[in-house]
Design a protein around this ligand. Structure first.
Ligand code: P1T
Length: 403
């Protein structure tokens, strides 16, 4: 942060202020207060090879530049890079690696991330193995001489397990590997991994950053210049970049991220407490509940429990499907992080691609993305959907057989 009062950035001290102002300023030619949507593929050059800094929109686009700078500032990083989706961001990061390199990944990650690692990138000769990164001993034991990167989500999708980022960063630094954290579930409003020692932050900007379920996008944020240049080269060379309209929508979403996250957290906390009392629910997983196995870490590492709740139904798969089918305000849909509440059954929806692997999830698990509607209405909706469940039939008592 600049301490020079003549530098306009010196007032950007607080997260809410960064969300509104970082990376953007009124358009110098018109004064337009919002960053324009630079809907163009190419840029006039003054003379051969003499351009304004913008040559071609795969390489750079001013709306994308604003988004990249905004995201970097929010994560407390130096460089941001925007991609066409969260998966494109992850793909570009791992494309730096080649045959013989090893990635140690968390064993509870978005199903599409596992699919990309296992079905696509492993074909390039990159080795992947999976451990529970919330257990530091498993991380330490999982590191190999050729481990180039540790990849983790915290909270994880969908089990909401937490990993101590600072502790894993110490292990990766000692090992000479990069630590990449997918910060999609927490968002920088609740957790900033680079400030805890991570080397790379990845986002599905489709979720809380965009925040309105109207855009698909991804981001990578780093501090190291050489790593940034590598990734910038790949961003241009492979070209999985977002269009200017999508950058604009994500930038607009970011401005209200702090307010939205407060509302998501407050609503989710109350609904998690409600679900914990419900007899049809056997387990509620939410980092803001004292019953969460890493509640202490949540309080230390996160500024709130987040907007996602996962819960396991007493009646298993059938009960999970029934609840998801019977809510009215919670829409049955994949994705998360928008202003509207969503509900899904990970085993057959977002995590179908891990079904036959060691990462498979409980078929009775329900995941809700709690929106910013009035919480009483959301609670009433879950309550009525749970009330429609057929009573759980207990296994019939085994008759004692006489001699
Ligand atoms: O959908 P996309 O923008 O490509 O982002 C992929 C992705 C990456 N990381 C995490 C933690 C994610 O949750 C996702 C996408 N997840 C869903 C679509 C979902 O419903 O879980």
């Amino acid at each position: 942060m600049s301490s020079n009062p003549s530098d306009p950035n010196h007032l950007l001290h607080h997260f809410e202020t960064l969300a509104v102002h970082a990376g953007v300023s009124p358009d110098p030619t018109t004064g337009a207060i919002m960053t324009p949507i630079f809907q163009n593929s190419t840029y006039a050059q003054r003379a051969v090879g003499e351009h304004t800094g913008y040559e071609y929109s795969r390489t750079d686009n001013p709306t994308r530049t604003a988004l990249q700078n905004s995201a970097a500032a929010l994560e407390g990083g130096r460089y941001g890079l925007a991609f066409a989706s969260g998966m494109a961001a992850t793909d570009t990061l791992v494309r730096r690696l080649g045959p013989g390199d090893h990635v140690l990944s968390g064993n509870d990650v978005y199903g599409g991330t596992y699919r990309l690692f296992d079905k696509v990138l492993a074909k390039n000769g990159v080795e992947f193995s999976y451990v529970d990164t919330s257990d530091l001993e498993q991380v330490e034991a999982g590191l190999r001489p050729n481990t180039r990167m540790v990849w983790l989500e915290t909270p994880t999708n969908p089990m909401l397990r937490l990993t101590d980022i600072a502790a894993v960063a110490q292990l990766t630094q000692a090992h000479g590997a990069l630590l990449a954290v997918d910060n999609t579930f927490a968002s920088p409003a609740l957790q900033r991994p680079l400030l805890l020692g991570a080397d790379v932050v990845v986002h599905s900007a489709t979720k809380y950053l965009g925040g309105h379920s109207d855009v698909v996008g991804g981001l990578v944020i780093v501090n190291d210049q050489a790593l940034y240049e590598d990734l910038k080269f790949l961003q241009n060379a492979a070209g999985a970049v977002p269009g200017p309209m999508d950058c604009f929508l994500t930038l607009r979403g970011i401005k209200t991220l702090p307010l939205r996250m407060q509302a998501h957290c407050a609503n989710a906390q109350r609904l998690a407490e409600f679900l914990s009392q419900h007899s049809a629910v056997s387990q509620v997983i939410y980092p803001g509940l004292e019953s969460h196995p890493q509640y202490e870490l949540a309080k230390r590492q996160m500024a709130g429990g987040g907007g996602i709740i996962s819960f396991i139904m007493e009646g298993g798969e059938a009960a999970a499907s029934s609840v998801a089918a019977n809510t009215q305000l919670f829409t049955l849909a994949e994705s998360l992080g928008g202003v509207e509440s969503l509900i899904e059954v990970p085993a057959v929806m977002t995590h179908a691609s891990v079904a036959d692997s060691s990462l498979a999830v409980d078929p009775g698990l329900v995941r809700v993305s709690v929106g910013i509607e009035n919480c009483a209405d959301l609670e009433a909706d879950l309550s009525q959907a749970l009330a429609q469940l057929a009573p759980v039939s207990k296994p019939a008592a085994v008759e004692a057989v006489g001699a």
